[in-house]
Design a protein around this ligand. Structure first.
Ligand code: AMP
Ligand code: MG
Ligand code: MG
Length: 209
């Protein structure tokens, strides 16, 4: 009997953690909810070193004023989003960044890594729908690090701080800052990739018609 095909190894993990406009938990989220921070760390899958960083704040257009709660939660101030590019502009510059750095070469295989499914299952598709933009193909599958953590440790992942605590990694920077969250997720990823080297995407986007 033929052996099951093994998925080819990834060249890069692209760790991503969006921050978005928000209200206090007991209130509904702003509609549409909008991405205000867009950080991506490119982690070499062999060396596990972060080689490149794409990072920008994003100017929300439907609700241009951040709530005091949002600033308190994320540390993102009004002046950090004012004058920044809007999401369609950021998606264009992110695509150019991928191209310029060779990530779109046929020989390179990358996978986004997120903590949970919200970033690429809910947030980005919701905004793309709002702007009437197709979700770029490369955002349609990702690795939910919580699933990988659970599979490799046998412990249910409660969230980023819990996974850091499990590996005795101090939380770097500020929780709910997108760039700091991405750095912390990358550290968890590094530990998991040392347990199992050939990590693969866990989830695929199913677009509603
Ligand atoms: P995170 O990656 O966990 O920092 O969260 C991403 C986004 O989810 C934040 O930028 C907020 O828009 C929203 N969010 C996270 N935690 C809360 C909370 N406790 N209350 C309201 N919104 C939140
Ligand atoms: Mg997050
Ligand atoms: Mg975050």
């Amino acid at each position: 009997m033929a052996a099951a095909a093994t998925a080819s190894a990834l060249s890069y993990y692209l760790v991503l953690d969006f921050e978005a406009t928000c209200n206090a938990s007991h209130l509904p989220s702003p509609r549409p909810q909008e991405i205000i921070e867009f950080p991506v760390l490119a982690v070499n899958a062999k060396t596990l070193e972060t080689e490149k960083i794409f990072h920008t704040y994003v100017r929300p257009t439907s609700h241009p004023l951040l709530t005091p709660f949002c600033t308190q939660l994320t540390g993102i101030t009004q002046s950090q989003v004012d004058g920044q590019p809007t999401l369609p502009e950021v998606l264009r510059s992110f695509h150019s960044w991928l191209e310029t750095n060779g990530f779109l070469e046929p020989s390179v295989r990358f996978c986004f890594v997120t903590c949970g499914d919200w970033d690429l299952k809910t947030m980005l598709p919701g905004q793309c729908k709002y702007f009437d933009w197709p979700v770029p193909e490369y955002f349609r599958s990702w690795m939910n690090i919580k699933f990988v953590f659970q599979r490799l440790t046998g412990v249910k992942a409660k969230g980023m701080p819990h996974m850091l605590e499990y590996f005795k990694i101090p939380l770097e920077g500020r929780h709910h800052s997108g760039i700091d969250d991405s750095r912390n997720i990358a550290k968890i990823l590094t530990r998991l990739a040392r347990i199992e080297s050939n990590l693969q995407p866990t989830t695929t986007l199913k677009l509603s018609k």
